[in-house]
Design a protein around this ligand. Structure first.
Ligand code: AMO
Length: 427
């Protein structure tokens, strides 16, 4: 490794000569002196480049050059971190051929979203764009930690599969050695099968949806935070685990991504010990609707209602109509037509879908028969149920939606490094 100290550690080295390494974030030329601001993974460091350079920046490496700088650490209250490097020796490790498409040092992103996405490899270096990804990473760490504490095992399931899980409509078909196959829309079948192995499992992985809609909340590939657990009484046990997972995500952002959250002005939500819940029929009544699904405007209205009535930024909607849920959904034994499936709304948006599942083989064959679906493509999936499965349930949380809602990003694409959508396959 290149021996160096990080920008954030410089203040511990006052008076000493040290080496830092990173990218030239900014060059600044004042009348008598020039500065380089160097960016590394920990933050920014100021380098006083002296008076010898001409005012146009001649002699100083250009923005995004990769540099190694050795200098003396001097205390300077106005500099980032309260210190700067003086009398520098600057070595350029890589010099970019072209400047970045927009100024990465400006506090706000001055480019349009398409420009940002077209130039993602460099645009994501902007501290605000990077911060959203840091928040996303901290959220995943918190999800894993919370479920690890609850006795869950992390699993990895195939993304090339033989059948659709959610609905046949938005699945990507691929050629698999001459046979038709699909990109997984969800680890649904596999996480259920793994309940038979570990009882409690989770997966953090990509899922694929051939979404024909060009919206601010749909991607063709997104990261799904999935969990599934056995020996539940009903969906309420799943909701309680989900509550713990979300609380763990919030705490992890608070502790692991404090600087990023501060930079973006993130107001972390309070996760109530018990997240309020409304039954679907009540949600319909509240929004004066008779539709079998909630439209985005209704989800927004219900979120505002939950904040007003319960002081909660989260709201469970339970008891969705069976007709609107996938065939593996467990019905509500007490209310014909209703399911033990739920959604979790967060700040006006559907963030999670989950529920209790069927767990007896015969229930699956009847559910598929009722839909007029052949059993053949599902045989592999149904195997788990032939060999005994406990009552179980689970959920899936869309990571990009979570990060977007947390950071206030209007478009889910702002919280994804290299989004895939109807129009975008590169970079
Ligand atoms: P569902 O299809 O509702 O459920 O997806 C779960 C969650 O994933 C997110 N999401 C998306 N995010 C970005 N782009 C998309 N195109 C997209 N589609 C969905 C949402 C949504 O709430 N197998 C079930 C989950 C389960 O029951 O365990 C499923 O996949 O945040």
């Amino acid at each position: 490794m290149i021996s160096r100290v990080l920008s954030a550690e410089l203040s511990e080295h006052a008076g000493r000569r040290v080496t830092i390494a990173g990218w030239v974030h900014r060059r600044r030329h004042l009348k008598t002196v020039s500065f380089l601001v160097v960016r590394d993974r920990a933050g920014l460091a100021q380098v006083v480049a002296g008076e010898t350079h001409d005012g146009a920046g001649g002699g100083l490496p250009g923005e995004e050059s990769v540099v190694r700088v050795t200098g003396t650490v001097i205390r300077r209250p106005q500099a980032p971190g309260g210190v700067e490097l003086a009398e520098p020796e600057i070595e350029v490790l890589a010099e970019p051929g072209t400047p970045p498409p927009f100024d990465l040092y400006r506090p706000v992103v001055t480019a349009s979203l398409p420009t940002v996405l077209d130039h993602a490899p460099v645009a994501l270096r902007h501290p605000r764009l990077r911060a959203a990804l840091e928040i996303s990473a901290a959220s995943v760490a918190g999800f894993r930690a919370a479920l690890d504490r609850l006795g869950f095992t992390e699993i990895h399931t195939p993304k090339i599969v033989a059948s659709a899980t959610e609905s046949g409509a938005n699945v990507f078909g691929i050629d698999y050695f001459g046979r038709p196959a699909y990109l997984a829309q969800s680890p649904q079948f596999y996480k259920q099968a793994m309940v038979g192995v570990f009882e409690r499992v989770y997966e953090v992985g990509p899922v694929f949806r051939a979404e024909p809609h060009d919206t601010v909340r749909h991607l063709a590939q997104y990261t799904s935070l999935d969990a599934e657990l056995g020996f539940v009484t009903d969906h309420r046990d799943v909701m309680a685990v989900l509550r713990e997972a979300v609380a763990g995500m919030v705490e992890s952002v608070r502790h692991r991504a404090a600087a990023a959250a501060g930079l973006l002005g993130v107001a972390l939500p309070e996760v109530p010990a018990e997240i309020p819940a409304v039954h679907f029929t009540e949600a319909q009544r509240l929004t004066s609707s008779s539709e079998p699904d909630l439209a985005p405007a209704q989800e927004r209205w219900l979120s505002e209602w939950a904040l007003r009535e319960h002081g909660s930024e989260f709201l469970f909607v339970t008891g969705y109509p069976m007709s609107k849920r996938p065939f593996y959904t467990h019905p509500d034994p007490a209310r014909p037509g209703s399911s033990n499936g739920f959604d979790l709304l967060f700040r006006g948006l559907e963030l999670v879908t989950g529920g209790q599942r069927l767990h007896r083989y015969e229930d699956y064959t009847s559910a598929l028969a009722a839909l007029g679906e052949p059993i053949g493509p599902y045989e592999g999936y149904l195997q788990a149920f032939r060999y005994g499965m406990p009552p179980h349930g689970g959920f899936a949380l869309g990571l990009e939606r979570w990060t977007a809602r947390l950071t206030g990003a209007a478009n889910i694409r702002e919280t994804t490094a290299f989004p895939r959508d109807l129009h975008r396959l590169s970079p």
